[in-house]
Design a protein around this ligand. Structure first.
Ligand code: DOR
Length: 432
C-alpha cells in the first residue's frame, strides 16, 4: 500500500510505502508501483499507540471484557499494541499462568505483551523464564485482585527481574498512608480522600530508593500526582499518566459517582493541572490507560463496595488528539506521538514499534483532525458499555493498521478484519 501525502505528527507531508508487515519507505513523491494507493491529503498519520497498561480480564472475568472485545476497542481507538496486567484469575504469577493467558491473547486483533505479577506465592523461576513484556504492575497496595505486597518482597522482585533483564512497573500507593477518617463518609469523593496523594508520593519514593540501591530501573505506572511524578523523575525513573488523571479531577465525582472510582483515585483540580503541565513539558514519559472495565451493575454499589477501575483503551488517542487540536492547550501532535508510541517503545525497548520509519512495523493510524465526535458509552466497543468520558470530544481513527493489515476501518459495515495479533518482539527481533 502507498499512503499518499499524509501529514506526519511533526507537520511534514510524506508518502509512506507499506510492504508486507513493515514500513518500506517514507519520502516525498514516491512512485506508485502495482499497489493500492490511499490518498491521505489533509489527514494525519500517527504511529499506532502502544498501551502498556490494560486489564483484559481473561482468564477469570470474561463478563467484564475479553481479549476479543478489548482488542477491538483498542483497534477502534488507534491502539496497535496492548500490554496486559497480571491481576486475572489465576493471577499471572508463574509460568503455567503465563502460558494459560497466552492462549487467550491468541484471540487478540492487535499485537500484545503479557506482564507477570508478584504475590507471596509467585514462582519467579518459571515466570521469568517466559517472555514477559515486564514484571508488573507490581502492586504496593491492594487494588482489584488484592495483589498488594510489602517492600521486602518488592525488593526481591526487583532483584529477580533485573537479573533476568526484565523491566519492572510499579503500582505505587502506600496503604499505611491512607486516611482512615474518610471511611466515615459515603460520598463518591470519599475514595479520593481515603487513598491520599501522600500515599502515592511515599510509595513512589520508597520504590525509587529500593531501585536506586540496586542500580535498577523501574517504571511508575499511572502516577496521579505532581509529587509522585517529580520524585520518580528526579530519581531517574520513568513515569506514566492515564487519560483520566490527565483530564478528570475530584470536581467531576459529583457527576461520575462510583464510575469515577479507581486506583489511584482522582485528585484535586489543582493537582490535575500540574500533572497536565508535566505531560506537556516532557517530565512524564508515557500515557497509558489502565483500561480496567467493570460492568455497570458492579459499579452500581456504595463507594466502599464498588470495584476500582474505568475503561480507557478506546478513548486515549481520540481524547489526546482532540486536546492537541485545541489551540487553548499546549499539547502538540508530536508530543501525543511521543507519549503514546515513541516513548513506550523506547522505555520498554521495542524498537520495531512506535515510529514511522523504514524497517519499522507498519502499525499506523490515519485520522482526520478536522472532525471530532462526541464520545458515548453506547457506541464504544468495550464490553462494559460505559465511559467516564461521556460527552467529551474525541478524534477517532479512520483506520488502524497492525503490521500492514487494516484491522479497523471506520467507514466499513464490517469494521474489523480477521487478524492474528502477535506477541511483540524483543530488541533482537526475536518473538517474545
Ligand atoms: O490498579 C488498578 C487495578 C484496576 C483493575 O480493576 O484491575 N483498577 C484500578 O482502578 N486500578
Amino acid at each position: 500500500m502507498l499512503i499518499r501525502t499524509a501529514t506526519l505528527p511533526d507537520g511534514s507531508q510524506r508518502d509512506v510505502r507499506v510492504d508486507g508487515e513493515s514500513i518500506a519507505e517514507v519520502a516525498r513523491d514516491l512512485d506508485a508501483g502495482n499497489e493500492r494507493v490511499v490518498d491521505a491529503s489533509g489527514k494525519r498519520l500517527f504511529p499506532g499507540a502502544i498501551d502498556v497498561h490494560v486489564h483484559f480480564r481473561q482468564p477469570g472475568y470474561p463478563h467484564k471484557e475479553t481479549w476479543v472485545t478489548g482488542s477491538r476497542a483498542a483497534a477502534a481507538g488507534g491502539v496497535t499494541t496492548v500490554v496486559d496486567q497480571p491481576n486475572t484469575d489465576p493471577p499471572t504469577v508463574d509460568g503455567a499462568a503465563f502460558d494459560r493467558k497466552r492462549e487467550f491473547a491468541a484471540d487478540s486483533l492487535v499485537d500484545w505483551g503479557i506482564n507477570g505479577g508478584v504475590t507471596a506465592d509467585w514462582d519467579p523461576d518459571s515466570l521469568l523464564s517466559r517472555r514477559l513484556f515486564a514484571l508488573g504492575e507490581v502492586f504496593l497496595a491492594d487494588s482489584t485482585g488484592d495483589m498488594g505486597i510489602d517492600t521486602e518482597l518488592f525488593a526481591d522482585a526487583v532483584d529477580a527481574a533485573t537479573d533476568a533483564g526484565v523491566p519492572v512497573t510499579v503500582h505505587a500507593e502506600d496503604a499505611t498512608r491512607f486516611n482512615e477518617d474518610a471511611r466515615a463518609r459515603d460520598d463518591a469523593d470519599a475514595w479520593s480522600a481515603y487513598r491520599t496523594a501522600e500515599a502515592e508520593a511515599a510509595a513512589v519514593e520508597r520504590a525509587c530508593e529500593i531501585a536506586a540501591d540496586r542500580n535498577a530501573r523501574i517504571h511508575i505506572a499511572h502516577t496521579s500526582t505532581p509529587e509522585g511524578i517529580d520524585i520518580a523523575s528526579d530519581a531517574g525513573m520513568t513515569t506514566e499518566v492515564t487519560p483520566h488523571h490527565l483530564l478528570l479531577s475530584r470536581k467531576d465525582l459529583d457527576e461520575l459517582g462510583t464510575l469515577g472510582r479507581m486506583n489511584p483515585p482522582l485528585r484535586r483540580e489543582s493537582r490535575r493541572r500540574k500533572v497536565y503541565d508535566r505531560v506537556v513539558d516532557g517530565t512524564v514519559d508515557v500515557i497509558a490507560t489502565d483500561h480496567a472495565p467493570h460492568t455497570r451493575a458492579e459499579k452500581d454499589a456504595s463507594i466502599w463496595e464498588s470495584p476500582s477501575g474505568v475503561p480507557g483503551v478506546e478513548t486515549m488517542l481520540p481524547l489526546l488528539l482532540a486536546e492537541a487540536r485545541d489551540p487553548e492547550t499546549a499539547l502538540s501532535y508530536e508530543r501525543v506521538r511521543d507519549l503514546t508510541a515513541t516513548n513506550p517503545a523506547a522505555v520498554f525497548d521495542v524498537p520495531q514499534k512506535g515510529v514511522i520509519e523504514p524497517g519499522a512495523d507498519a502499525d499506523l493510524v490515519l485520522v482526520d483532525t478536522t472532525e471530532t465526535t462526541a464520545i458515548s458509552g453506547d457506541t464504544l466497543r468495550t464490553d462494559c458499555g460505559w465511559t467516564p468520558f461521556e460527552g467529551f470530544e474525541g478524534i477517532f481513527p479512520e483506520w488502524t493498521m497492525v503490521r500492514g493489515t487494516v484491522v479497523y476501518d471506520g467507514d466499513s459495515d464490517e469494521p474489523f478484519a480477521a487478524h492474528d495479533g502477535q506477541n511483540v518482539r524483543d530488541a533482537d527481533g526475536e518473538l517474545l
